[in-house]
Design a protein around this ligand. Sequence first.
Ligand SMILES: CC(C)(COP(=O)(O)OP(=O)(O)OC[C@H]1O[C@@H](n2cnc3c(N)ncnc32)[C@H](O)[C@@H]1OP(=O)(O)O)[C@@H](O)C(=O)NCCC(=O)NCCS
Length: 201
Amino acid sequence: MLPVALSSARVHLDVPSRADTAAITAACQDPDIVRWTTIPTPYTERDAATFVDALVGPGWASDREYTWAIRRAGSTWLEGIIGYRTARRDLGFWLAPSARGAGVMHDAVGLVLDWAFSQGAPDVYWECYVGNRASAAVARAAGFSYTGTGPALIPGRDGAPTAAWQGLRRADGTPASDLPWPADSFADGGQLDDASPSGRR
Ligand SMILES: CC(C)(COP(=O)(O)OP(=O)(O)OC[C@H]1O[C@@H](n2cnc3c(N)ncnc32)[C@H](O)[C@@H]1OP(=O)(O)O)[C@@H](O)C(=O)NCCC(=O)NCCS
């Protein structure tokens, strides 16, 4: 498939290019991105160039993985990455620390979900390593149901099996599970608010 750009009032998603390698390299020094993803560490500009050349372009061309740069509307600076892999219909994402807490990933996930559903996906899967509250907050806010904790699709950086919080968002909006989100997926370790349809506080 040819790459597709997606936009909301706040964010613009398009294809990461060689012009983005400095921004990707800077962001991938962040300890939280290192901790919760499988990017190489230490991360160099050469890793970013390999990512753009070997994963992004071929991923679109082969329909294996669609990867977008996340930019704020009106800016060309890359703030993050979001990818959708077609085999398991799963999402992966990260944001540079300076872009967090402003709903940027919230919008990016919403755009990619809407696009995947418009392409015929019946549902989309999300997982994060157990304890990644920030990722779980994004998934909850995007309407994913928590479906359980199990072996991660993507093993840890060292190849060892890793436990993941797992979730599913159905295209028709019906809940995929009635399991409550784990209490420790909340930033304050608090309890679920039953009045919240998405399980958010
Ligand atoms: C996971 C990660 C992308 C989340 O980033 P983020 O900045 O928290 O993402 P967003 O701001 O879009 O997330 C929504 C949060 O912002 C808040 N927010 C602030 N302004 C908002 C707005 N205008 N609209 C919507 N949400 C807004 C939401 O309330 C929500 O926070 P809460 O649910 O904890 O209350 C980021 O922490 C990260 O890159 N972590 C390291 C890599 C990683 O863990 N990737 C995921 C691997 S599975």
